[in-house]
Design a protein around this ligand. Structure first.
Ligand SMILES: *[C@@H]1O[C@H](CO)[C@@H](O)[C@H](O)[C@H]1NC(C)=O
Ligand SMILES: *[C@@H]1O[C@H](CO)[C@@H](O)[C@H](O)[C@H]1NC(C)=O
Ligand SMILES: *[C@@H]1O[C@H](CO)[C@@H](O)[C@H](O)[C@H]1NC(C)=O
Ligand SMILES: *[C@@H]1O[C@H](CO)[C@@H](O)[C@H](O)[C@H]1NC(C)=O
Ligand SMILES: *[C@@H]1O[C@H](CO)[C@@H](O)[C@H](O)[C@H]1NC(C)=O
Ligand SMILES: *[C@@H]1O[C@H](CO)[C@@H](O)[C@H](O)[C@H]1NC(C)=O
Length: 350
């Protein structure tokens, strides 16, 4: 019963999007480009400079840079271009303490992206003009709130999907508001089923399981910035060791390959968790602003986990609950309350 309802939904979602499929295009060959160049006005070097004194976020200049990267990627055969987390207008690295963010919050909010704004429309028309899917990572301003957003813009210039990071990590929660569970959706495209998450969402079962259970043939991961392995300037939570481990684990659980976009070190990971292509953070951004990999989607489409003979199934949540040892009470606990941070409160906070 539950099987047929879920598979029915999956089927109808796939059908409605496949109507847009271009009959003459070759959907066997999916070339993905991940952005690794920084946004405009972002302090470099990557790990040793968090100094924002006299540096302003610049959404317009970042959108111009993003549009150029989309064009360049499409010119090199990409069908999908993925941006790092909060690339528009830039991840505020080094600003996690209240004192630093307080002096930049106004500038940050002003440079956050609003849907259907002139800047948003430039990204949509870049997707359309160049005939590519685009996944922007952006600070999304909506009314008195900003969210850590990802979207999927189609080659026809439609905004197919918008989501907000379900629970921003650590100090991010003093700035950005939480998303909602119903935004955790896998999207059917003519190239296969794409799941999209950002940064530490790849660690947390409330986010990973819901997306993996919808079956993905490709997972799209946006991280903010990643140094190389062994970078002594990186805190544990910033390190490639920790963040790439989350991505590898995700790919293995999803049984889907993964595209890892981030400023600095980027990579593609197989469904088995190994590297396909890696570009190190030390590589010049001017020389290599993007990294590419092509997938034969015919092979990917066969990789559907969560079947009755798989290691995980739709019934896994019941199994987890049933498997609790007796000292854990079988009562419904409290859900994590949605955290909403008013921009107006942040602007007043000193
Ligand atoms: C369909 O795909 C072909 C081959 O990639 C391309 O030349 C053509 O312009 C596309 N048509 C539309 C309507 O997008
Ligand atoms: C993808 O794999 C299938 C099955 O092995 C093969 O028939 C097809 O030619 C391949 N397509 C590309 C673009 O390599
Ligand atoms: C940050 O940059 C400003 C302006 O260039 C400079 O005056 C200041 O010394 C720098 N601070 C640090 C900690 O490097
Ligand atoms: C897939 O597309 C890329 C980008 O256009 C191209 O470089 C590559 O040769 C294609 N692969 C196959 C097997 O056709
Ligand atoms: C930082 O500011 C937020 C919002 O004003 C506040 O909730 C939080 O307690 C502050 N944290 C610290 C460490 O002062
Ligand atoms: C950014 O670009 C928009 C139009 O795309 C323009 O209206 C606005 O004035 C620009 N903002 C700045 C700060 O230059």
């Amino acid at each position: 019963m539950r099987f047929s309802i879920i598979l029915g939904l999956v089927g109808s979602c796939a059908a409605s999007l496949l109507q847009h499929a271009n009959q003459t295009a070759n959907y066997d060959n999916l070339t993905v480009a991940v952005v690794r160049a920084p946004p405009a006005n972002w302090p470099l070097p990557l790990m040793s400079n968090n100094n924002w004194t006299g540096v302003e976020f610049d959404l317009n200049a970042t959108v111009s840079k993003g549009v150029n990267l989309i064009k360049q990627a499409a010119g090199n055969g990409a069908n999908l271009v993925v941006f790092p987390e909060l690339w528009f207008p830039g991840y505020p690295k080094g600003m996690s303490d209240n004192v630093s963010i307080a002096s930049h919050i106004k500038n940050y909010v002003q440079n956050s992206l609003t849907l259907n704004s002139p800047q948003w429309n430039r990204l949509v028309s870049a997707a359309k003009t160049n005939g590519v899917y685009v996944v922007p990572g952006f600070s999304h301003r909506e009314g008195n709130y900003i969210y850590m957003a990802q979207a999927l813009i189609s080659p026809e210039g439609e905004n197919i999907y918008l989501r907000h990071k379900l629970r921003p990590s650590g100090g991010e929660r003093t700035i950005w508001s939480d998303g909602t569970l119903n935004e955790l959706k896998v999207i059917a495209t003519p190239y296969g089923r794409w799941g999209i998450l950002e940064c530490w969402e790849h660690f947390h079962p409330a986010m990973t399981f819901n997306v993996q259970a919808q079956t993905e043939t490709l997972h799209i991961a946006s991280f903010p910035y990643t140094p190389d392995y062994g970078d002594s300037d990186a805190a544990d939570w910033q390190s490639a060791e920790v963040n790439v481990a989350a991505a590898r684990t995700y790919a293995v659980n999803a049984q889907a390959p993964l595209a890892y976009a981030s400023v600095g070190n980027v990579r593609f990971i197989t469904s088995g968790g190994l590297d396909i292509d890696v570009v190190d953070a030390s590589e010049s951004f001017d020389k290599t602003p993007l990294a590419y990999t092509s997938f034969n989607t015919t092979g990917l489409a066969d990789t559907v986990p969560y079947t009755t003979n798989g290691e995980q199934s739709w019934g896994i949540l019941q199994q987890i609950n049933a498997g609790f040892p007796s000292y854990i009470p079988k009562v419904m606990g409290d859900f994590v309350a949605r955290n909403m941070v008013k921009i107006s409160d942040r602007l007043q906070a000193k």
